[in-house]
Design a protein around this ligand. Structure first.
Ligand SMILES: Cc1cc2nc3c(=O)[nH]c(=O)nc-3n(C[C@H](O)[C@H](O)[C@H](O)COP(=O)(O)O)c2cc1C
Length: 225
């Protein structure tokens, strides 16, 4: 059994998976653990759609069709999803993880087709046997999105407890219309993000990606007087 610290520090966004199946029982176990997440006034605003086998393939095919279709701006339903205009220090951190990742898979500056092919891997859930899509009632506000964030992390940590890996994927939110159609949802649901779930293929170059974190003095303010 992993300690809480081990579960947190061993979690990484995994972008290459072994084909080994994950049982429905294991997914249910992970979600039963994660559902103990706190939520403001215990509203439990999260909804999870578990995609396996042909259902996962249906999602992949539908989103990839859109992804490779006539180009149009793809945005999250809730904009801006991060920032209206990226600025430092966030921009630098974002660029670093992107270039570190591209470096590992041999993509250089300007290789747009290769970048697009790497981005497409999102919609194959990076080869993971299970794909999760998280949705929320479209009229839920900031507090409920905060709750879902905690739920997402708990899913990722509960997966570690089962020896499994994950990658949260906001990429699915850019294709909310097609995702909703495949899931048979109407416009009362908004797509928050997707998540790959499976066992890491540790032999893949991309699995060597270790992301940075700032020291405490950058983001913590200790006050004692
Ligand atoms: C809400 C959320 C959405 C994310 N969306 C994507 C995504 O669409 N594609 C992807 O490859 N990684 C995605 N990530 C992973 C982040 O890039 C990753 O968490 C960050 O670079 C830190 O790396 P680590 O998770 O390995 O510690 C997402 C993470 C979060 C929390």
């Amino acid at each position: 059994m992993l300690s809480v610290d081990e579960a947190m520090t061993s979690r990484r966004s995994v972008r290459s998976y072994l084909p080994d199946a994950v049982s429905r029982e294991t997914v249910a176990h992970i979600l039963n653990v994660a559902k103990r997440s706190p939520s403001g006034t215990n509203m439990q605003p999260w909804k999870v759609h578990v995609l396996m086998d042909v259902a996962k393939e249906r999602m992949t095919n539908a989103v990839l069709k859109e992804f490779y279709g006539p180009s149009r701006p793809h945005e999250h339903e809730r904009e801006p999803f991060y920032l209206e205009k990226m600025r430092e220090p966030y921009l630098g951190r974002r660029r670093k993880v992107g270039w570190d990742m591209y470096g590992l898979v041999g993509i250089e500056k300007g290789e747009k087709e290769k970048m697009k092919a790497q981005a497409a891997e999102n919609f194959r859930f990076f080869g993971a046997p299970v794909g999760l899509i998280f949705t929320v009632d479209e009229d839920f506000g900031f507090g409920s999105w905060l709750d879902i964030g905690m739920f997402l992390e708990n899913v990722m940590l509960a997966a570690r407890g089962q020896g499994l890996d994950t990658c949260a994927q906001a990429a699915f939110g850019s294709y909310y219309e097609v995702v909703r159609t495949v899931l048979g949802l109407d416009q009362t649901q908004t797509v928050v993000c997707g998540m790959s779930l499976g066992k890491e293929d540790s032999s893949a170059p991309i699995s060597k990606l270790i992301t940075d974190r700032e020291d405490l003095d950058v983001f913590v303010n200790f006050l004692d007087e």
